[in-house]
Design a protein. Structure first.
Length: 168
């Protein structure tokens, strides 16, 4: 299946990635390769700095400027997000991929976390199934789960808010 990305698609993709907490992203097509790498934990940079190493073939970008001139970080709210506005003291845990959200390892088992639970760095908080692969999503911080915004077994979008936590 050939994948064609136009300039709009690319900009939307870069916006989505810049609004998420994804560290590295790479996408390859028949005639292009896009790599985005960033360091979110470097205190000297704002969290929205994107470093993008793009090598795009001339047919793909025939009449477009090099991508590095166009990487702009847009902080407009994403219209597709249905999560209610959050409290400023809460941290949002967003989905790193498109997939199906599961709160437990298997049907009938205890959920990994409940609202009010305290979680630790590296603790599994949910599973995202993508293309029959079960991806355990681990917490990046010590926190208390304040809200779980997605129902078990629900499809989720890349960047969708799954939970809100209060970091401890």
């Amino acid at each position: 299946m050939a994948m064609k990305l136009d300039h709009e698609d690319l900009n939307r993709l870069i916006e989505k990635i810049s609004a998420s907490d994804i560290q590295e992203f790479s996408l390859e097509g028949e005639d292009f390769k896009l790599e985005i790498k960033r360091n979110l934990f470097d205190q000297n940079q704002s969290s929205n700095n994107l470093v993008s190493n793009s090598t795009l073939d001339s047919k793909t970008i025939a009449n477009q400027k090099p991508i590095n001139d166009n990487v702009s970080v847009i902080n407009e709210p994403d219209v597709t997000q249905v999560a209610p506005p959050g409290r400023s003291d809460l941290t949002e845990i967003t989905s790193p991929m498109v997939g199906t959200f599961y709160r437990a390892a298997a049907p009938g088992e205890e959920p990994f976390v409940e609202e009010g639970n305290n979680i630790k760095v590296g603790q599994t908080i949910c599973i995202l199934e993508a293309m029959k692969l079960m991806n355990e999503i681990e917490s990046e911080f010590n926190a208390e789960i304040v809200e779980i915004l997605v129902e078990n077994g629900t499809p989720v979008e890349f960047g969708q808010v799954l939970m809100r936590v209060k970091q401890s």
